[in-house]
Write a protein that binds this ligand. Structure first.
Ligand code: HEM
Length: 143
């Protein structure tokens, strides 16, 4: 469970995420593919080059920020992403890597707006979203 303060802090970043989402996710992939080149093989690199994958991730992160207190509204989105993750062999132990890269990218793009409070709230929020995906993906893998 997230505290009300964490929820409020994450929600307060939504307008910024709407505006700079793709910048953040493009930066995230840049960090990830540089530091963890082994994950490249799971991705369709043409979707990176044409920006469609960073755009999809940005939409997902923004949707999460706006609906963080109403996770049931995200069910269709989670379903689609979880199935794609299973198709591409995403495993639970990869979530911390993506989280680290995403949070670093947020920090880079937010600049001074990346206060300890904002980064702390997003660290918690990412943890919760990871759990949602990991749980659903486990079910799909075991079907
Ligand atoms: C909470 C964290 C995550 C979010 C919000 C997220 C979001 C997304 C979204 C929106 C898509 C596109 C789905 C579609 O095409 O319909 C996607 C695909 C994908 N994600 Fe994630 N993801 C997360 C974690 C991860 C992790 C941990 C990995 C592991 C490396 C990963 C690897 C992938 C791959 C390989 C694809 C397919 C990309 C392609 O088709 O090229 N994701 N993810």
């Amino acid at each position: 469970m997230l505290s009300q303060q964490t929820i409020d802090t994450v929600k307060s970043t939504a307008p910024f995420l709407k505006k700079h989402g793709k910048e953040i996710t493009s930066r995230m992939y840049e960090i990830m593919f540089t530091n963890y080149p082994e994950v490249r093989k799971q991705f369709d690199m043409s979707a990176q080059a044409n920006g469609s994958q960073p755009a999809k991730l940005a939409t997902a992160v923004y949707s999460y920020a706006t609906q963080i207190d109403n996770l049931s509204a995200l069910k269709p989105m989670v379903e689609q992403i979880a199935h794609r993750h299973v198709q591409t062999d995403v495993l639970p132990n990869q979530y911390p890597v993506v989280g680290k890269c995403l949070l670093q990218a947020m920090k880079d793009v937010l600049g001074e707006a990346a206060t300890d409070e904002v980064m702390g709230a997003w660290t918690e929020a990412y943890g919760l979203l990871s759990e949602v995906f990991i749980q659903r993906e486990n079910q799909i893998y075991n079907q």
